[in-house]
Design a binder for this molecule. Structure first.
Ligand code: CO
Length: 151
């Protein structure tokens, strides 16, 4: 595994719509392994491929009780609303309140190309929605009214 560089705003790569993964090969496995190592080193809860300059629909989430590798994820249903403070490894020293669905059900593929369906709620749902947004070039700052500077 190798740690990759996390790109920062205003890098235009963060604003691109990512391409679907069609090959579930060694290259994808290496990308996912590298993303996990990069996320752990950065002490974050989620990372999307465009943040390491790879424009593919791949993201990972790692919270206290969940580790997910999502390839070509699509939200198929959502319920409720929640508001919480978010930040992003590509938007240094900023945070803001974002309204998201309380619960989402999505389908995605694992690294081997197996399709799965998962329902997540609360903070895990926030993390998954934040990371999936990255795949369409959307950042949390686009969804919040007021940005604050982090100490
Ligand atoms: Co982010």
């Amino acid at each position: 595994m190798a740690k990759r560089k996390i790109i920062q705003l205003p890098d235009e790569l963060l604003r691109k719509k990512c391409r679907e993964v069609t090959e579930f090969d060694e290259r994808l496995a290496i990308l996912l392994d590298d993303m996990k190592e990069t996320l752990i080193a950065a002490d974050g809860v989620g990372l999307a491929a465009p943040q390491v300059a790879v424009l593919k629909r791949v993201c990972i989430v790692m919270t206290e009780d969940l580790f997910l590798e999502m390839v070509n994820p699509v939200i198929i249903s959502q319920k409720g609303k929640q508001k919480g403070k978010e930040g992003c490894l590509s938007v240094k020293n900023k945070s803001g309140e974002v309204v998201r669905a309380e619960e989402i059900t999505f389908e995605a593929f694992d690294r081997f190309g197996n399709k799965y369906v998962k329902t997540v709620n609360g903070f895990n749902a926030v993390a998954c929605q934040h990371e999936m947004d990255h795949l369409d070039g959307i950042l949390f700052i686009d969804r919040c009214n007021k940005l604050s500077d982090e100490e």
